[in-house]
Design a protein around this ligand. Structure first.
Ligand SMILES: Cc1ncc(COP(=O)(O)O)c(C=O)c1O
Length: 324
């Protein structure tokens, strides 16, 4: 999979003891290096992953080109459309045409698509689609001789809430195709407006033209995490990126409210101006965290610290619960 694919795949391959090869990006295009992807294939390769779009930079991987490789080597090809599936499916109708990214390409075998993101349904619902029912059968699990009866389970997760499924269905019916097309049009337009505004601010540059709803930036002039923390202080909760350092915004319905884009652009201009004016290199929180991560070659230490941090949530008692 491209290095930009979601860590959910690292997690799954860890659980299933499958070897995961992460393919770097071409530094110029910031798209996965297809030559290296091809070279990574061997007789044990059981799946290729592409994202439409990926989380860090919001770019759609070259799905058509990857599908040709998958076809040539007869390897199942999964398209991760978890993040933007409910946008890309409607972009053509919303006036932002895209190249094919789905079962129109003959070698795409499965697609994941989170309803709980741009489908606007409650958290905890998602969709996995298979090209055919034969592939889907591999997902199911059954035990025939259990004293509790014949057991069958459709997903990795065990008991699931019918309430969530009902809310998900109700939300899909509420929006309908027209509703999703309308929301898609607004969200994509706002993402493009932000990209346009940010690209005109000296000192920062777009990591990629936004393909969908995520706009990612970096800087060659200053530590981009200063901007992250500056915007955070003004109430913007953006996402910090690394390799290369950057920040991104994932545009949601809330950003389509009048005045929000102008406010973000104005706050960005102010922050950049302040950073460029102040010569002091006072490190801010995010600059320290990512700066430290860059300096520690053994990433297992950072993983251990991350797990300890998660563990600390469970140990915090109510009197001292100030974290997060
Ligand atoms: C591109 C992408 N893939 C997959 C996922 C799903 O991750 P998980 O199922 O672990 O929430 C996400 C969630 O943020 C995502 O953005």
């Amino acid at each position: 999979m491209p290095i930009t694919a979601h860590p959910a795949f690292n997690k799954a391959s860890n659980y299933f003891k499958m070897k995961l090869k992460r393919i770097p990006l071409n530094p110029q295009t910031r798209e996965v290096d297809l030559k290296k992807m091809r070279q990574a294939i061997n007789k044990n390769t059981c799946m290729i992953v592409g994202s439409a779009p990926n989380f860090p930079h919001g770019t759609i991987d070259p799905i058509e080109e990857i599908s040709k490789i998958a076809m040539e080597y007869e390897i199942p090809f999964h398209v991760d459309a978890c993040l933007g599936g409910f946008l890309i499916a409607f972009m053509d109708q919303a006036g932002f045409p895209l190249k094919p990214f789905d079962f129109r390409l003959p070698s795409v075998t499965s697609i994941s698509c989170d309803t709980h993101k741009y489908g606007f349904t409650p958290k905890g619902t998602s969709v996995i689609l298979y090209r055919n029912s034969e592939l889907r059968l591999h997902q199911f699990f059954a035990v025939a001789d259990w004293p509790g009866g014949i057991y069958g389970s459709p997903t990795v997760a065990g008991s699931r809430s019918g309430y969530l499924i009902a809310c998900c269905w109700a939300t899909l019916m509420y929006y309908g195709i027209e509703g999703y097309v309308k929301e898609t049009r607004k969200i994509i337009q706002v993402a493009r407006d932000i990209a346009d505004g940010w690209s005109k601010i000296d000192g920062i540059y777009l990591l990629h033209q936004p393909d969908v709803s995520v706009v990612a930036i970096s800087s060659n002039t200053f530590n981009i995490y200063y901007l992250f923390d500056g915007l955070h202080a003004k109430g913007w909760h953006l996402i910090g990126l690394q390799n290369p350092p950057g920040i991104h915004i994932a545009v949601t319905q809330i950003h389509t409210q009048p005045g929000i884009v102008d406010k973000l652009l104005e706050d960005t201009r102010q922050c950049v101006e302040e950073i460029l004016k102040s010569n002091t290199k006072k490190d801010t929180v995010t600059a320290v965290i990512y700066g430290t991560n860059q300096k520690i070659p053994d990433k297992s230490l950072i993983c251990d610290m991350t797990k300890l941090y998660i563990g600390s949530w469970y140990e915090t008692n109510l009197d001292t619960a100030t974290v997060g």
